[in-house]
Design a protein around this ligand. Sequence first.
Ligand code: ADP
Ligand code: ZN
Ligand code: ZN
Length: 750
Amino acid sequence: MADRQYRYAQIIIDISHEKLDRPFTYRIPAALADQVEPGSRVRIPFGHAVRTGYVVELTDSCDLPEDKIREIGEVLLPGQGYSREKDSGFYIRLASWMKERYGATTITALKTVLTSRKTGKPKIRRQIRLLLDRDAAEEKLAFYHQKHQVARERLLRELIGTPVQPYDLITTRLHVGTPVIRAMKQAGVIEVDSYTDLRNPVSVSPDAAERKTLSPAQQRISDAVVESFEAGRPGVTLIRGITGSGKTEVYISIISRICRSGRQAIMLIPEIALTYQTLLRFYRHFGDRVSVINSSLSESEKADQWERARRGEIDVIIGPRSALFTPFERLGVIVIDEEHENSYKNESMPKYHARETAIQIARMRGACVVLGSATPSMESYYRALHGEYRLFTLDERLTGGSLPCTEITDMRMELRRGNRSILSRSLDSLIRDRLERGEQTMLFLNRRGFAGSVSCRSCGFVVKCPHCDVPMSLHRGGRMVCHYCGHQALQPKTCPDCGSPYISPFRAGTQQIETWLQEHFPGARILRMDADTTARKGSYEKILSAFANEEADILLGTQMIVKGHDFPNVTLVGILLADLSLYANDYRAAERTFQLLTQAAGRAGRGTRPGQVVIQTYKPDHYAIRLAARQDYEAFYEEEIRYRSLLLYPPAGHMLAVQIQSRDEDAAMLTAGMIRDLLQRKTAPAALIGPAVALIGKLRDNYRFVIYVKDVKYDKLIHCKDIIEAHLRTADLPARDLQVQFDFDPVVPY
Ligand code: ADP
Ligand code: ZN
Ligand code: ZN
């Protein structure tokens, strides 16, 4: 509660509409005075209805006549002011920063940052406990090994290291299924305990908890971050380091040093990349002071974790981007692992980026930010090279395992030699070899961002827009459209570059390839993982468990197989259609391709045996492919930044996508044209492109148009947004359902 009492509250009504996007004044009844604070959710009369809203400010005086002011009816949830004047309003200020920077109504920004605080029944948690002593366990392990009971062996080995572990961790991340757990329980090897309190999720034997001595390179990074934090210059640090180079160990060191002084830490990880080993390492270091948030938690379980954070029961939280809003008043550090990942961008309003938001939160809290990646985003590397971030590089694999040997095969040559199959001859024979040796293969079909672009199978030529240098996509009737500027052309009958008739949209799906593989390698056990086979709940984990248990020889899948899984028996990774993601009509296509290929290649040879990678492509000379095969990040960056600078794409410039939509096509088109004229007259940015029909021109009966604004200065784009917003507040719009959304520096094409 605030130390003094205020008479009025400024309240944002829970209706997302431009015209209502301002605070309304209400009187605070004496009975509620100690519950109303910034962030409180309240019920209030509004017009003829009763609505909910958020308190954003408390005031003593008010310009309105006393009899015009209505009273707050009820307080639904207290604010997040922690009853302390100092922190009161933190999230209100953060929401207003978000609204300003990303363009959203105040209410959507508030709902994003003010995490829900419902609490439910305490959930029953389960843990798996090893019953055998060391010798008996070792004996059992040898038995499982001899019987080739791979899942049992895997679980037992992990329990010998850490004898008590959370049930969920075992089933989801260690890929051990419930039948195996049941069988081991019946055999008296393990016990499953249930409990409802928030105890330490793992029990640690002392030697397992022993901290590793950092290498000199790791120590330098940890020292630099902690020392400048302590000296009051927190700042942002980027660590570029290949997988296995020791980044996570550095995060752990930084977090524990900063937490030792009573501060708190947020660690963001793209959920899919969070492996069993990584989670266990955090549990071992931070025990019950760490909490992990993931999508399998219900709303009330998440709320429980926020509550624990608020009460100061935990110091470290690990989770996806929403973990940023954990109520940590004494926040000292935010770590973002795999900082290049797209999942850090919120794709609904407000379209915030977790990296930028983390930096803002850190600035407001006096905390430092640590970013890490094997393939940093162009944005972060650009800032690091320009001195905005500190940059460190780790380039040795600590696990010893050597980098896989990578080969590029030119599919144009294969075609010329009469090979029309999906596999190059080289990949074909390598797969046969693995089948014979009983080793596993992963086949990755690169279809990311692919939206019907047209290419030549003889020379690799891709039909691009003459105005935007992005591939055009094919629509019905052979019409090709550029989704950046609206330029149209007819699909060519022969390749404009080499005259070959093999010019067509490439349409191979995982299912067709699976059928083909099955016929081609009779007897091979094949698993397929794509949007279809993982649609049912739990099927994703099932497929991965089956593959981990060596129930299949080949795992075929889309990009979802690329991340975060370590299968020691995989010694071959094949990348089919490596260049397909280059044809996405998106200025980030080359960057994404480079990241995907580098990541996919990293899947091979995680165990003791060396790995091999084959990249099949029609564009062996493209820099994204050539340099990914060499794992040469810096050379890639140099090439890519040249292209971005030339066309003023981020990070060399900034870009704002304005999306206009309505069920009334004419109304949407008219408004889009009007917005363009408005921007032209009032702001004259460096480039104004469109309006064009959006990539998905019609979605759920809404017609969608897009305008792109580019400029070197972000502020200029904010100015453009402000002008559009001001206009929408006052103008008579041609349709009631008309919506305008903003996306700054978009990571997906519109
Ligand atoms: P990354 O996060 O870059 O993939 P990790 O921190 O996971 O790298 O380190 C890779 C492997 O090396 C892990 O098994 C880790 O336990 C081990 N490791 C990391 N740092 C050290 C160290 N200083 N001494 C010994 N082993 C280390
Ligand atoms: Zn051609
Ligand atoms: Zn164009």
